[in-house]
Design a protein around this ligand. Structure first.
Ligand code: NDP
Ligand code: HEM
Length: 479
C-alpha cells in the first residue's frame, strides 16, 4: 500500500527532507515535511475539563427483564440487543494522571439505539457532592490545581466540603473502600439522577438506573495503590484492554428502581436530590438486562477521546426529571463538546447514531456530511418533502407549579441520615480504613477547617467523628 500525503499523492521518500545540496538548508517546497510538522502541532485537542483520564470499550446491552408496561423505549423492550460504548474515567486528574488514584470514577454509557443515541452519563457512586449546578464549577475548582502553587489543595477540598454538608454522603463513599477500585471492571455504575420512563399511554414514572458488577467488588488500600502506581500509572487501561483482548468480557447486571408520582410526593426526602439514594426497602431493584463489554477500540483517540456523552441524549420512552443537577448537565455537556470537539461532534463516527439523522442545522467548521436528500429543503416548513416532526414522539406533559425563586435546598434538608445508613453498613475494618483514609487526606489542612468537618462527621455518627479524630492523632499525636 503506497504512503500518501493527505491529498493522496504518493510519497517517494519518507526518510530525508528536501535540501539545497547535501549539507544545505531545507527548501520551503518540501510540502511533505511541512504537512507532517503542521499535523503534529495539531495532534492534541483540549482535554475534558473534568474526567480527562479515561478507558473505554464497545459492547452490547441485552434486555432480559420486562418493563415494557413502563416504557415504550425500544432499547428497553424484552429481548432487545443494542450496541453501545462505555468510557470509564477518574474525575480530577489530568490525562496523564495515574489510574489508581482515590477518586470517583465516571461510568458513561452510549447506547446506539434504533431510535437515536441514549447516553447514561453516571459514576461508580449513586450520589454526588453537590445538588445544585450553580455549585459545580466551585466544587471542581477545589479538586483541580491551586492557581498559585499549581498543586492539588487538600485545604480547598476540605474547606468546601466542610461548608457543604450535602457532600457528606459522597465523601463517605469516596474515602471508603469503594473509593479506590482495582479496575473499572470491579465497580458498579449508577445513573445517579432520577430520570423518567414513559409508555405509549402517556404514563410517566421516575426511574434510577444501576449497573452491578458481575466481576465482584475489588479495591486497593492506599498503600496497595501506591505500590501499584510505582509500577504502572496505566493499570486500568492495562486491565480493561487486556481482559477484552484475552476474550474475558466484563459484565454488569442492569437494574432499575421505580417511583410513582404519588410516592415521590410522599417520601420524606427530595427524590430529585442527587445527594440522596432511594432506599432499596421502599424501592426494590428490578432486573432489566445485562451489559457486556466485548470489543476494544481500534483507535483510542478516534473512539474514546472523541467520544462525547450528554445527559441531554434521551430517546422516546425515556425522559429527564426536575433534578437540578441533571437540568444543568443537559446544557453543560453539549456546550463542552462544541468547544472541545467542534460544531459537528455528533457526526464523528463514534458519536454518530445508527439511525438516519435529518436536521436543518447548516454549515460551520468541518461540515463533512451531505445535504438533505433534496437540497431545496434547507428550511422548515417547506414544500420540498424535507423532514417533518412526528407528534407520536412528544413526551407526556409534566405538571410544574410554584413561584420562580432561588429555593435553598439546604433548608430543612437531612444530610446526615443516609451517610449514617452507609456508615452503619461498614464493618470494623471498613470503618478503620475510612478513618485512616480521611485523616491521610487532611494533611496540612488548617485546624479550623478540620474541626468543622469533624463536627459534620459527628453529626452523621459520634463514632465517625471520634474515629477520624483518633486517626488524625495517630498521624500527628497531640502533646
Ligand atoms: P441496602 O442495605 O438495601 O443497600 C446497601 C447498598 O449499599 C447496596 O446497594 C450495596 O451495594 C451498597 N454498599 C455496600 N457497601 C458499600 C460501600 N462500602 N460503599 C458504597 N456502597 C456500599 O440499604 P439502602 O438502600 O437503605 O441504602 C443504605 C445506604 O447504602 C445508602 O444510604 C447508601 O449510602 C448506600 N447505597 C444505597 C444504594 C441505593 O440505591 N439504595 C446504592 C448504593 C449504595 P452492592 O449491592 O453493590 O454491594
Ligand atoms: C464529564 C459537567 C455533574 C459524570 C463532564 C464534562 C463536563 C461536565 C463539562 C466534560 C465533557 C467533555 O468534555 O466530554 C458537569 C456539570 C455537572 C456535572 C456542569 C453538574 C451540574 C456530573 C454528575 C455526574 C457526572 C452528577 C455523575 C452522576 C460525568 C462523567 C463524565 C463527565 C462520567 C465523563 C464522560 C466521558 O467519559 O466522556 N461533566 N458534570 N457529572 N461527567 Fe459531569
Amino acid at each position: 500500500m503506497p504512503l500518501t500525503t493527505t491529498a493522496g499523492a504518493t510519497v517517494g521518500d519518507n526518510q530525508a527532507s528536501l535540501t539545497a545540496g547535501e549539507r544545505g538548508p531545507i527548501l520551503i517546497q518540501d510540502w511533505q515535511l511541512i504537512e507532517k510538522l503542521a499535523h503534529q502541532n495539531r495532534e492534541r485537542i483540549p482535554e475534558r475539563i473534568v474526567h480527562a483520564k479515561g478507558w473505554g470499550a464497545h459492547g452490547v446491552l441485552r434486555i432480559t427483564g420486562d418493563i415494557s408496561h413502563l416504557t415504550c423505549a425500544r432499547v428497553l423492550q424484552p429481548g432487545a440487543r443494542t450496541r453501545m460504548i462505555a468510557r470509564f474515567s477518574t474525575v480530577a486528574g489530568e490525562m496523564g494522571a495515574a489510574d489508581h488514584e482515590r477518586d470517583v470514577r465516571g461510568f458513561a454509557l452510549k447506547f446506539y439505539t434504533e431510535e437515536g443515541n441514549w447516553d447514561l452519563v453516571g459514576n461508580n457512586t449513586p450520589v454526588f457532592f453537590v445538588r445544585d449546578p450553580l455549585k459545580f464549577p466551585d466544587f471542581i475548582h477545589t479538586q483541580k490545581r491551586h492557581p498559585r502553587t499549581n498543586l492539588r489543595s487538600p485545604t480547598a477540598m476540605w474547606d468546601f466540603w466542610s461548608l457543604s454538608p450535602e457532600s457528606l454522603h459522597q465523601v463517605t463513599i469516596l474515602f471508603s473502600d469503594r473509593g479506590l477500585p482495582v479496575s473499572p471492571m470491579h465497580m458498579n455504575g449508577y445513573g445517579g439522577h432520577a430520570y423518567s420512563l414513559w409508555n405509549d399511554k402517556g404514563e410517566r414514572v421516575w426511574v434510577k438506573f444501576h449497573f452491578k458488577t458481575r466481576q465482584g467488588h475489588r479495591h486497593y488500600t492506599n498503600a496497595q495503590a501506591q505500590e501499584v502506581v510505582g509500577r504502572t500509572r496505566e493499570g486500568y487501561q492495562e486491565a480493561l484492554f487486556g481482559s477484552i483482548e484475552a476474550g474475558i468480557f466484563p459484565q454488569w447486571i442492569m437494574q432499575v428502581q421505580i417511583m410513582t408520582h404519588e410516592q415521590a410526593a410522599a417520601v420524606p426526602f427530595n427524590p430529585f436530590d442527587i445527594t440522596k439514594v432511594w432506599p432499596h426497602a421502599g424501592f426494590p431493584l428490578i432486573e432489566v438486562g445485562v451489559l457486556e463489554l466485548n470489543r476494544n477500540p481500534r483507535n483510542y483517540f478516534a473512539e474514546v477521546e472523541q467520544l462525547a456523552f450528554s445527559p441531554s441524549n434521551v430517546v422516546r420512552g425515556i425522559g429527564h426529571s426536575p433534578d437540578r443537577m441533571l437540568q444543568g448537565r443537559i446544557f453543560a455537556y453539549a456546550d463542552a463538546h462544541r468547544y472541545r470537539l467542534g460544531t459537528h461532534y455528533e457526526a464523528l463516527p463514534v458519536n454518530r447514531p445508527l439511525c438516519p439523522v435529518h436536521h436543518y442545522h447548516k454549515d460551520g467548521a468541518m461540515r463533512f456530511f451531505d445535504n438533505l436528500s433534496n437540497p431545496d429543503a434547507y428550511y422548515e416548513p417547506n414544500s420540498f418533502s424535507g423532514p417533518k416532526e412526528d407528534g407520536s414522539f412528544i413526551e407526556p406533559p409534566l405538571d410544574l407549579h410554584g413561584p420562580a425563586f432561588r429555593f435553598d435546598l439546604r433548608e430543612g434538608n437531612d444530610d446526615f441520615s443516609q451517610p449514617r445508613a452507609l456508615f452503619t453498613l461498614f464493618d470494623c475494618g471498613q470503618k478503620a480504613r475510612l478513618f485512616a483514609n480521611i485523616a491521610a487526606a487532611m494533611t496540612d489542612v488548617p485546624a479550623g477547617i478540620v474541626e468543622r468537618q469533624l463536627g459534620l462527621f459527628s453529626q452523621v455518627h459520634p463514632d465517625y467523628g471520634a474515629g477520624v479524630c483518633a486517626a488524625l492523632d495517630a498521624i500527628d499525636p497531640p502533646f
